[in-house]
Design a protein. Structure first.
Length: 356
């Protein structure tokens, strides 16, 4: 057996036994790549780490990667590239679907260049070749094609078209919520909130964060201590101090916001009651005890603000009304005090919205 005390270098233990701090100093590349599943299972199994954390460790920094905008890169080459590059880029931009399906010979013939020129341009776009370029372009089209194709012309005036697009879509969204929402789940969520000592509401993104703040606005007037957090680290820190008297509500239209999912898992680990507003079978729905299913429906008019906001606000109001059903008359008294406090500011109109 080898004696590791012979010299200083040999005193370093074998690589498989190196501690994480040593590997971080001497093998920094190890932590810039996703770990293998076998390594993550060994780590998580030895330390009883939950499956959600295991999955995030396996994915590594790919979870935080930025999606390249290959269409913008093609446009830049069409403006600033060489003569040959501009010709190829213009062929691509003239019909992006054609660029996804045509062979290299057809593309070269249409652009009037050689086939190696097509390959060189693909590599200039950080693609390994034409095949990789087509894959990335197809992915970009699948996500953002609505923004690339102009809407069909309309015979209506701009005023009529705008009013119809916004109002009709809002009505359709609320009607869909009325049809699909489970009122039994809403009432269960309201009962949990009425008994909570502390409520943390988690929302990230433009619409979900608005929903979180609005739900806080609904609950505070019932004297329920509710706080909305739209910062990911604050979501996880507050979840770490939760207890069985705490209720958390995670809001995510996709159901996969990493911070909200992680905060819900953390809060549940410490005994908090967890509620979510998210699509069914989404990661956030699976992480929470009670999920109010909300499947966002959006339309192909990219000029119109997202109408799913109205659906989310309807669910927030449903939860608020369900909560007050389980509270005593003291909640009504508190609302009267809010009305009286604002009477000098907003006048004495008894039908004015309460603090809105």
């Amino acid at each position: 057996m080898r004696d590791y005390r012979q010299n200083r270098k040999s005193m370093i233990p074998p690589r498989r036994n190196h501690p994480p701090a040593w590997r971080a100093r001497h093998r920094p590349g190890l932590w810039t790549r996703p770990a293998s599943r076998r390594t993550v299972r060994r780590y998580c199994g030895a330390r009883q780490v939950n499956h959600g954390l295991e999955q995030r460790l396996t994915e590594g920094i790919q979870e935080m990667s930025v999606t390249p905008d290959i269409i913008m890169d093609i446009r830049n080459i069409a403006r600033n590239g060489s003569k040959v590059e501009r010709k190829i880029a213009e062929v691509f931009l003239s019909d992006l679907h054609f660029a996804c399906s045509a062979s290299i010979a057809v593309l070269a013939d249409k652009a009037g260049v050689s086939e190696p020129s097509i390959t060189r341009l693909c590599r200039a776009l950080n693609c390994t070749g034409l095949r990789d370029f087509k894959l990335r372009l197809a992915q970009a089209l699948a996500i953002g094609e609505f923004y690339l194709v102009p809407p069909p012309p309309s015979t209506n005036s701009p005023e009529e078209r705008i009013a119809a697009a916004v109002c009709d879509a809002a009505i359709e969204t609320i009607v869909a919520v009325r049809k699909d929402v489970s009122m039994g789940t809403i009432m269960t969520a309201g009962e949990r909130l009425s008994k909570a000592r502390q409520v943390y509401i988690y929302g990230s993104g433009g619409i979900s964060s608005l929903g979180a703040i609005e739900l806080q606005n609904r609950l505070f007037r019932f004297s329920i201590p509710a706080i909305a957090h739209i910062d990911g680290q604050m979501q996880q820190m507050t979840a770490a101090v939760a207890d069985p008297d705490t209720v958390t509500i995670g809001i995510s239209l996709s159901g996969s916001a990493p911070a909200a999912v992680a905060a819900t898992e953390i809060a549940r680990r410490y005994g908090a009651r967890t509620i979510s507003i998210a699509p069914g079978k989404s990661p956030l729905a699976q992480a929470s005890e009670i999920n109010v299913v909300f499947e966002p429906r959006e339309y192909d008019n990219v000029k119109k603000p997202a109408s799913v906001r109205y659906g989310l606000m309807a669910i927030v109001d449903l939860i608020a009304m369900a909560t007050i059903e389980y509270l005593d008359d003291a909640s009504i008294e508190r609302m009267r005090r809010v009305r009286l406090t604002l009477s000098e500011l907003k006048g004495r109109n008894r039908y004015w919205p309460l603090g809105d």
